[in-house]
Design a protein around this ligand. Structure first.
Ligand code: AMP
Ligand code: ZN
Length: 112
């Protein structure tokens, strides 16, 4: 399977690591939309939030357990936003589930 984020997790494509544990990996977004912008991905390939099941939801639960630590490690000291784009209308460009962590400044109130 040809997946950019699986290749990043496997170290085949370089990335700026923010967090690494047995279930997830976080790295800086290559095209940041805020002073702090990192992506958190499960180490199992899940195509999107639409692909979360009872069998793989432990990855998602774990990610949300460690997001506060990831946000701090990334430098979001005063709050942050978590976004996961899904499918065509959600403008998902990489088909491996990922959570954007945005912060480091006051974000726009416009969500859509
Ligand atoms: P999405 O549009 O929600 O699928 O988000 C994909 C994100 O991946 C975008 O914000 C891109 O800037 C980011 N991205 C694409 N390629 C890379 C890469 N090689 N390293 C880091 N971030 C990337
Ligand atoms: Zn993948």
């Amino acid at each position: 399977m040809d997946c950019l984020f699986c290749a990043i997790i496997n170290g085949e494509i370089p990335s700026a690591k923010v967090w690494d544990d047995d279930m997830c990996y976080a790295f800086k977004d290559i095209n940041p939309q805020a002073p702090v912008h990192c992506l958190v991905v499960p180490k199992e390939h899940i195509a999107s939030a639409d692909g979360i099941t009872a069998d793989n939801s432990k990855y998602v639960a774990h990610i949300f357990e460690v997001i506060p630590s990831i946000a701090k490690a990334a430098g979001a000291e005063n709050g942050y936003r978590i976004i996961s784009n899904v499918g065509e209308d959600g403008c998902q460009s990489v088909k491996h589930l990922h959570f954007h962590i945005l912060g480091g400044a006051k974000l726009s109130e416009n969500m859509g």
